[in-house]
Design a protein around this ligand. Sequence first.
Ligand code: PEP
Ligand code: MG
Length: 580
Amino acid sequence: MITKKGINASPGVAIGPALVLDTEEYRIPHRTIDPALCALELRNLDAALAAARQEVAELRAAAAAKLGDKTAVIFAFHEQFIADPKLRESVAEQIERRHFTAAYAFGQFMKERQRVFRNVADPYLKERVRDLADLERRVLRHILGRTRENMTRLTEPVIIVANDITPSQAVSLDRGHILGFAINVGGQTSHTAIIARMLGIPAVVALGDITTDVSGSETLIVDGSNGIVVANPDGETIARYSTRQRDYQRFEDKLRSLRDVPAVTQDGVAVQLLANIEVPEEVPEALEYGAEGVGLFRTELLFLSSQRIPSEEQQYEAFRDVLRATAGKPVVIRTIDLGADKLAPLLGAPHEHNPALGLRSLRYCLMHLDLFKTHLRAILRASGEGDLRIMFPMISTLMELRQAKSTLHDVMEDLDEEGIPFRRDVPVGMMVETPAAALLARAFVREAAFLSIGTNDLTQYTLAVDRANARVAHLFSSHNPAVLKLISLAVRATQGRPVEVSLCGEMAGMPLYTQLLLGLGLRRLSMAPKEIPVIKRLVRATTLARCRAIARTVIRFDADRQVLNYLRDEYRNIEPEDDA
Ligand code: PEP
Ligand code: MG
């Protein structure tokens, strides 16, 4: 049994067999076999080892011919490793004694060797861990042959273990069969975490080497609420986590009953709780959780999930569907925010050294007006269907906002000329997710109908901490006083003006921050649908007076530790009424 601590990325508990994407790219379907089939499994193993050995020998010869003997040495290591009689002996013993399948026994053996190699001081051996993973894949491919399972059509529920999940992978995965995620890299606001929360699937990220610690089909527990993963748990641990899983489910069911009660503080201040969504299909569930509208529709998933850039018609249909499903509730459509960790290969963007600061998001759109105008046409055409609002992301200068608005007006003129109806008075707002936008918020509110504070990027850019990099995840804190001051600036810039402000970064769905955000003046929070009931419960338990006192205290702190400790105390002291 191995227990690993990572970062809690999506709450809940999952228990099930692992599917290790990086090394297998397919699932080991069975762990054990009928003892009568041992001989067959041994033959399977021998054939796979022989085939892999042959392949490696050919690769070595080809490498020697093309690149010289030095490069060929690397394959000599592979060859020796597979040919080692001890390997065959150990794996065969597991098949005969424990009735493991050849694939499972071999996978276990290779994971163990990788663990050993990783922990030795010799840098040469450390480097060989990758070679072992490569060999593991090669042999497993032969063992499993045609029985490999397609990731997008799984036949059994699994826990996905991977280095990272790209958004396009996430949407192509067979959701119905995914119990949880255990991921090597990332942080609480990385897109893998956001997607896991969107799908309502428990996830732990920043686990380091979970892909090499776990072999396919091994039982895993993912405790997404506490950021813990247990591999190969014993019976007692499984029983303990099964109880937690049931408790969590009961808590969830209770929270759902809050759907129809208003989000109003004890002293009568109403707070609007909205949903962040990525695909139209999420709307019914968002309403089920009590969303009063869509505060952020991340449209880029429409682009990331298809092989081709979606046509105007396809985009229009997606926007129309969201508006129809929300039946008159507000829907903020954010124009495509591609780039950095949301890179769509289909745009053919060249490699950038610093993609988070590169030609991404609105900057990309303003340089690719055909794509942008088609997108805006699709949005405007859907505007008659409900309460649609348009939001531009990643703005750092007034000029960008003006250019984006002027492109929108050009598109409106085109539609006019073509006699295509749309709502001319559609509100046009912007995200505040760069320090520049927050610092100049007073200027922006003269030209934007609403602001939405994106604390994921705002934190990343203010603290110069990559939001998706597990190695600096300990430095990523949205409660850093520098970030809080920028949030406060943006909120205050809207006061006394007919400009709405909301917050749609991950902070909005974290109960620890709710009172502080209300105290800073926010009355609109947009979050993953599943988080709405938890936040509503807190809103109903507090008073604005208390929230303001909290904000007044917090804003005087200089260190994020002080803020965190204080907020934790305040959170512990609040007792949500149990009307849930
Ligand atoms: C943000 O940056 O806070 C945000 C809401 O946008 P995204 O997470 O999609 O970058
Ligand atoms: Mg953002």
